[in-house]
Design a protein around this ligand. Structure first.
Ligand SMILES: [Zn+2]
Length: 121
């Protein structure tokens, strides 16, 4: 009769497998799951969260400083240097406004001169 234990509440010998003491009715063991979950639900969350940071930040374009400078000086009113940098929207704006009335060209010349060679946009 080794299959016995003492109830911690009333002290009576009870079955070792007993969860509730039959003498006093107190719970002596933590309730065990009678049906163990042998079929765990494996949720494979395979959603693609791999965001392409290169495209998100915009593709960087390698530009030659001196080519951009020459384009800006000679064709700045047509926004050619903006097209060269891949900024077509600004290029069109430069065409319509003659290089932001010349101011944009002057600013761009200074900006391009301050850039390293090559520079990336
Ligand atoms: Zn008991």
């Amino acid at each position: 009769m080794e299959n016995l234990k003492f109830c911690e509440h009333c002290g009576n010998k009870i079955n070792n497998d007993a969860v509730i003491c039959p003498k006093c009715g107190y719970q002596v063991e933590e309730l065990k799951t009678t049906k163990p979950n042998n079929n765990p639900q494996i949720i494979i969350n395979n959603s693609n969260t791999n965001t392409n940071t290169v495209n998100a930040a915009g593709p960087s374009k390698k530009c030659d400083k001196w080519i951009a400078l020459i384009l800006c000086i000679f064709f700045g009113c047509l926004g050619v240097h903006k097209f060269y940098e891949g900024k077509a929207g600004l290029g069109i704006l430069y065409i319509l406004t003659f290089g932001l009335f010349g101011i944009g060209i002057l600013i761009d010349i200074i900006i391009i001169l301050c850039k390293p060679n090559p520079y990336y946009v």
